[in-house]
Ligand binder design. Structure first.
Ligand code: ITT
Ligand code: NA
Length: 185
């Protein structure tokens, strides 16, 4: 059993959908932990360490962000704050006259047990910032994250479709593969 610590219910739905293909039980707790300003890796490590000790069980936490090339990686580790303040329309405005719309989502999973030090697993997905918001199937930045190969934004993809190749799928898959190996040897 692994406990996913998050306050974001969309993350829980996506993670449950990814874990169901594996023989690992997932539970969810919204513990709330303080996020120091730092890299995704630092935030994931400190959150996982804190929660594993606090709950006395193995946990995963996730720190994610949207990194826009033309903005030198902004909002990156400030993604939560920027989503709540500028929002998607604010990001679109920042890119009004920009041709280079490359962006990537990154997800870092932090895993920790009560008696160990945290480990991290990074997943990414490449895309572009759309010229307008599209789709209402996702959350947060999903309507402005366009995936050229699909001809759609994340907001136009179902959970199952997004889960085929998202940053979260890629980080969780790395974690699950490591964990499965670790627990069969
Ligand atoms: P936690 O409780 O797990 O920390 P959170 O929503 O604060 O949930 P993050 O700090 O990891 O999550 O995410 C930073 C911001 O990026 C936040 O506004 C998220 O909603 C957004 N975000 C993360 N993953 C996303 C995804 O798959 N699609 C769209 N937006 C995403
Ligand atoms: Na967060």
């Amino acid at each position: 059993m692994i406990t996913f610590i998050t306050g974001n219910k969309h993350k829980v739905i996506e993670a449950e959908n990814i874990f169901k293909d594996y023989d690992i039980k997932l539970e969810h707790i919204d513990l709330g932990y303080c996020e120091p300003q730092g890299t995704l890796e630092e935030v994931a490590k400190s959150g996982a360490k804190y929660a594993s000790r606090k709950l006395n069980r193995p946990v995963i936490v996730e720190d994610a962000g949207l990194f826009i090339k033309a903005l030198k990686g902004f909002p990156g580790t400030y993604s939560s704050y920027v989503q709540d303040t500028l929002g998607n329309s604010g990001i679109l405005k920042l890119l009004t006259n920009t041709d280079d719309r490359y962006a990537e989502f990154r997800s870092v999973i932090g895993y920790c047990t009560p008696n160990s030090e945290p480990l991290v697993f990074l997943g990414k997905v490449a895309g572009e910032i759309a010229v307008e918001e599209k789709g209402d199937l996702g959350f947060a930045f999903d309507p402005i994250f366009y995936v050229p190969e699909e001809g759609k934004t994340f907001g136009e993809l179902t959970t199952e479709e997004k889960n085929q190749f998202s940053h979260r799928k890629n980080s969780l898959k790395k974690f699950i593969e490591w964990y499965s190996k670790e627990n069969t040897e």
